[in-house]
Design a protein around this ligand. Structure first.
Ligand SMILES: C[S@@+](CC[C@H](N)C(=O)[O-])C[C@H]1O[C@@H](n2cnc3c(N)ncnc32)[C@H](O)[C@@H]1O
Length: 263
């Protein structure tokens, strides 16, 4: 089980992300970026892969676009469906692994937003997913996803961190109305390029006393830009654009937003 497979995480995901990205949002502008791509390329349908609780899926559906969503975690799909119902929207949302899911239609745009692709932990799984997404798209289909390259300074810091060496991240109010403090401890293995560690959720009573604790694991793989370019070529993809953020910057920041077409 990974972080997003837990019901308690899925049901609180939007609430804690809202606080987490209030200070510094490395995905700032992502919804409008994807809306622009969907308007340009999504004429024969958009699939939001690793859609989570529907941040992109429901944004596009609300704009009246033809969009569907899929995610490995049934817990995340369930939250996305509930949100869609509350908004009076009815996009199809189905569980699926990006390495092998199939749909009964082909889409002209596939979006993997906010680092969904980084949840693939091996080059083999990345390759399987990139080949699979080719099958899910029309011949002129576009795929967009983002990656982070290993950053020498951050990775060196993480290599000093053990999985229970927690740092406070934020406090938020959970779905039951309780304050929760989130801590995480993230380590890094330079041989596999995997960031791994735990997220700790501490539930507080009104006096601030800790009355519960849950620990949830998370692993994500970083990919060098050159490695990604070779992987894309191997899997029959070609970069149309490589952005450094969601506002069209082409600065090489080590964080890449890829817009890809079939070779
Ligand atoms: C960081 S969340 C991003 C969710 C959403 N795209 C967003 O912007 O809020 C990553 C999501 O990827 C999903 N995921 C992880 N591995 C996956 C896989 N192999 N196939 C499909 N979804 C996957 C997780 O369940 C989780 O919902």
């Amino acid at each position: 089980m990974d972080l997003h497979d837990y019901q308690d995480v899925a049901e609180n995901y939007d609430a804690y992300l809202d606080v987490m990205y209030r200070e510094h949002d490395s995905y700032e502008g992502f919804q409008d970026f994807y809306l622009g791509l969907a308007r340009e390329y999504g004429g024969r349908g958009t699939i939001d892969i690793a859609c989570g609780t529907g941040a992109v899926l429901l944004y596009l559906a609300q704009a009246g676009l033809d969009v569907e969503g899929t995610d490995l975690s049934e817990a995340m799909c369930a939250v996305a469906r509930k949100k869609a119902d509350r908004m009076g929207l009815h996009p199809r949302i189905f569980p699926g692994n990006m390495t092998d899911f199939r749909s009964d239609r082909k889409y002209s745009l596939a979006i993997i937003a906010r680092s969904g692709f980084m949840h693939l932990l091996t080059p083999e799984d990345q390759r399987r997913a990139l080949l699979n997404m080719r099958e899910c798209l029309t011949d002129d289909g576009i795929l967009t996803l983002n990656t982070f390259a290993p950053h020498p300074v951050f990775q060196a810091q993480q290599m000093q961190t053990t999985p229970d060496d927690y740092t406070f991240r934020l406090e938020y109010t959970n779905r039951d109305g309780y304050r929760e403090r989130i801590y995480n401890a993230i380590s890094y293995d330079p041989m596999t390029q995997i960031m791994y560690g735990n997220w700790k959720f501490e539930t507080l009573d009104v006096d601030g006393k800790v009355i519960g604790e849950r620990i949830r694991p998370l692993r994500m793989r970083q990919t060098y830009k050159q490695e990604m370019l070779y992987l894309l070529e191997l899997c029959g993809w070609k970069a149309v654009d490589i952005f450094g953020d969601y506002h069209g910057s082409r600065e090489d920041t080590g964080r890449y937003v890829w817009v890809l077409k079939k070779q």
